[in-house]
Design a binder for this molecule. Structure first.
Ligand code: ADP
Ligand code: MG
Length: 312
């Protein structure tokens, strides 16, 4: 459905994309995951033909975006990071406007009605866009992307700025679209990609650091066992005990204190559960264990781990 080959994009001397390549098969929901500034929007703007790359090719179902732009763009529905909504128009007027703009030939009334039903904006069709909530505005943007029934839907950070309820609604909508569309969405939130996507392409500093099925990425992330433990006792002695536990690869005190208890971050080798051994070792020395919680990996941790793995 989509083939991206070696995209390089420079803004002046700064390299925003340093050679991005990936493919997306028909029917996939792919999460394009990376921190702010990673190059997600730049990649999406190149894929959709909004800006050009310095190097590289983008094929939408065989049509190269700059060589056959009309054919290629017909197959894409795009929700940019800042959707170009005309705030003074009603929803209805805006959708007709986009219908004309895209040269859509599907039966107009029925097509627009169906889209409004799918994205649940039927009840606000006659309202002026400016007066809609952020969640509704976002859905109008998604509706616009669906006009012409393009097989590939590209959504740039579709849940940014929404409240938790709206986020759930938009995620459900994306999953539903994924039943009969190929969907690529960008996000800087790992849990969002985990919740919605079959596959993740993880990008950092303009290059891809991981590309795999969500289950594979999850397994890789869960494999890491990190805890925050809070222990009452002298820091150096406790630290020495923790570091001696079998399977511990790293341990360091955190700045948090709770009375005479100190928090430590501790990481174990994959497949080794250190909790029992830790409890008995501390009990033996009469250093009470006051708290124990698993710490998930942050996106930054994952990048560090992925980049390490690549280099290994
Ligand atoms: P993301 O969407 O992942 O947050 P972007 O694609 O927006 O990342 O940006 C990637 C990099 O390119 C960033 O360092 C950003 O500052 C830079 N950049 C993006 N757009 C421009 C522009 N129009 N001019 C100069 N630099 C830009
Ligand atoms: Mg962006």
């Amino acid at each position: 459905m989509l083939k991206v080959e070696n995209l390089v994009k420079k803004y002046g001397n700064a390299t925003a994309l340093a050679g991005i390549s990936f493919t997306v098969e028909k029917g996939e929901i792919v999460g394009f995951l990376g921190p702010n500034g990673a190059g997600k929007s730049t990649t999406m703007n190149i894929i959709t033909g909004y800006i050009s790359s310095n190097v590289g090719k983008v094929y939408i179902d065989g049509d190269e975006i700059l060589e056959n732009p009309t054919a290629a763009k017909k197959k894409i529905g795009y929700l940019p990071e800042q959707p170009p909504l005309y705030m003074e128009m009603t929803v209805e007027e805006y959708l007709h406007f986009v219908y004309e703009l895209r040269g859509c030939t599907l039966p107009r009334k029925q097509h627009l009605e169906e889209i409004c039903e799918v994205v649940k904006i039927t009840d606000v069709r006659s309202r002026v866009i400016r007066n809609l909530s952020k969640g509704y505005k976002q859905r109008v943007g998604i509706a616009a992307a669906l006009i012409g029934n393009p097989p590939l839907i590209i959504l740039d950070e579709p849940t940014v700025g929404l409240d938790p309820k709206q986020i759930i609604e938009v995620r459900n909508l994306i999953r539903m679209l994924g039943r009969d569309h190929t969907v690529i969405l960008s996000t800087h939130i790992l849990s969002e990609a985990q919740a919605v996507c079959d596959r993740m392409v993880i990008i950092d500093h303009g290059r891809i650091v991981a590309d795999g099925k969500t289950e594979e990425i999850n397994r890789f992330i869960q494999d890491n066992r990190r805890y925050k433990v809070t222990i009452a006792g002298p820091q150096n002695e406790v630290l020495a005990i923790l570091k001696k536990l079998p399977g511990v690869v790293a341990c360091e005190p955190l700045s948090e204190r709770d009375g005479d208890a100190i928090a430590f971050a501790i990481e174990a080798k994959s497949g080794i559960d250190i909790r029992k051994a830790m409890f008995y070792a501390l009990a033996e020395k009469n250093y009470p264990l006051m708290g124990l919680e698993a710490i998930g990996m942050s996106l930054e941790d994952i990048f560090i781990k992925l980049v390490d793995k690549e280099g290994a």
